[in-house]
Write a protein that binds this ligand. Structure first.
Ligand code: CMC
Length: 424
């Protein structure tokens, strides 16, 4: 296939093909408005590529996900989250020296300014940790842009600072909500160890690490590290396209992620499973409600995947191993397995190609780790951080980059004259 031709009355417009190295090519429609006076209409951007990107490839029909060319299955099995974060950010897997430098540079920023802790203390005890995390990341930029010792254009510095500070900020949001002291990160601990200890440890005793939990969280972070132009990443890009700095752009991404159709789905799934259990009507009754459009099957369906989400397949294996190993029997896991099986064998879900997505089983693991439901999306955010930063950087380095500014089709009132207040 080559270029396409679009005809509009007497206008014949050639649409050059923009070639992909894998997956869908795109037609360049940038001249459409100027040549025809008309625009395109694509709700939810389902058929629109907003940029070229070399970070992540997804084949939704085949259930394929690759970061920088590497299949997610290989990365989840063989790499660490820090290796994957480096890969997503810089395009290649690090060698031992590069990884060591990356870890040290990030450790240089995991201790946050003491004044930022006050922000958490001023928030209500029951604050949801997602807006708190977004606010804290936003605040990070105030410490950078007002400090003459820091070069705000130093992108590697900003990358290390965000990667270092975010787990600390995430743990502090949780500690604040339960009224426990905020612990300091330790250079001697790994990225995941620090986050787990800062979340669950107390200053009065050493924290007993559980290797199985550390490994499981590391894998979950890998699975979340990037997912091309999803809602939060597109938000980061759009905000960044105005020239806004990487901190406030990432904070905007955290806010976008919080919605239940996006990252907030992991919390919504657990609430749904708990509701099914409480309701006592069983899985079939809930599935009927979904088919009557009285409820949504959270953790199911995806804009891109029309097949099993490859991340969900990996999470499911881990959920099964961890939950069965720990408790022998987990009622919510049993409900989730029955729900999945029922949906996958039901024509409603089959016809619409609805399969479990990454959020379907993650909440069960997070809960087994001891996290309360409203921390689940924060864990997603920690994982997605390298992806958001990588996209911001990729866009900033692109010489063809323009401010993001969609068009609209105006459907409001025609011109009319102002009516004074006493005549309305
Ligand atoms: N439960 C029941 N029906 C569904 C679901 C679902 N979870 N998802 C889609 N459908 C139906 C939808 O009603 C529509 O049916 P019809 O054509 O008869 O009106 C059809 O499937 C197509 O759905 P859509 O809403 O047009 O699809 P979309 O691409 O706009 O939405 C989605 C994708 C992920 C927002 C949606 O599937 C959804 O709401 N899922 C539940 C929330 C969720 O699990 N989100 C996490 C997504 S993965 C991780 C992430 O991105 O953060």
């Amino acid at each position: 296939m080559g270029n396409a031709v679009f005809t509009h009355g007497a206008v014949r417009l050639e649409l050059p093909m923009v070639r992909a190295t894998a997956g869908n090519n795109g037609y360049d429609i940038t001249k459409l408005l100027a040549r025809t006076g008309e625009t395109t209409y694509d709700i939810g951007f389902g058929s629109t590529a907003a940029c070229k990107s070399a970070i992540t490839f997804i084949d939704g029909e085949a259930g394929v996900l690759r970061y920088r060319g590497y299949p997610i299955e290989q990365l989840a099995e063989k790499a660490s989250f820090m290796e994957v974060a480096y890969l997503v950010l810089y395009g290649e897997l690090p060698n031992a020296e590069q990884l060591d430098y990356f870890n040290c540079a990030i450790n240089g920023y995991h201790l946050i300014d003491e004044r930022l802790k006050e922000m958490f203390r001023s928030a209500p005890r029951r604050s949801h940790p997602m807006p708190l995390l977004a606010a804290a990341i936003n605040s990070l930029s105030t410490f950078v842009y007002t400090n003459p010792l820091i070069d705000p254009t130093d992108l590697d510095g900003a990358t290390h600072r965000l990667m270092g500070a975010v787990p600390t900020l995430a743990a502090y949001g949780y500690k604040n909500s339960i009224g426990q002291p905020m612990l300091y990160p330790l250079d001697s601990e790994s990225y995941v160890e620090n986050f787990i200890r800062m979340s669950f440890g107390v200053p009065s005793r050493p924290y007993p690490f559980d290797e199985e939990i550390i490994k499981a969280l590391d894998v979950l972070l890998i699975l979340h590290a990037d997912h091309e132009q999803n809602c939060s990443t597109s938000t980061v890009r759009l905000v960044g396209s105005s020239g806004a700095n990487v901190y406030v752009s990432v904070a905007a991404g955290v806010n976008a992620l919080s919605g239940p159709l996006h990252g907030g789905a992991n919390q919504a799934v657990l609430e749904m499973l708990a509701h099914i259990k409480r309701d006592g009507g069983g899985v079939n009754r809930f599935v009927e409600k979904v088919k009557q459009r009285e409820a949504k099957l959270m953790g199911f369906g995806h804009r891109i995947y029309k097949n099993y989400d490859p991340r969900a397949a990996i999470v499911k294996q881990h959920a099964d191993a961890i939950l069965r190993h720990r408790t022998g029997h987990d009622e919510l896991l049993d409900i989730a397995l029955t729900l999945e099986d029922t949906a996958l064998n039901d024509p409603y879900f089959q016809e619409r190609k609805l399969y479990p997505n990454v959020d379907f089983y993650t909440g069960l693991i997070y809960q087994a780790m001891g996290f309360p439901v409203d921390m689940f999306t924060v864990l997603f955010a920690i994982g997605r951080l390298p992806g958001w930063i990588a996209h911001w950087r990729e866009q900033a380095a692109d010489p063809t980059m323009k401010i993001g500014r969609p068009r609209q089709i105006y459907v409001g009132q025609a011109k009319r004259d102002f009516v004074p207040l006493d005549q309305r």
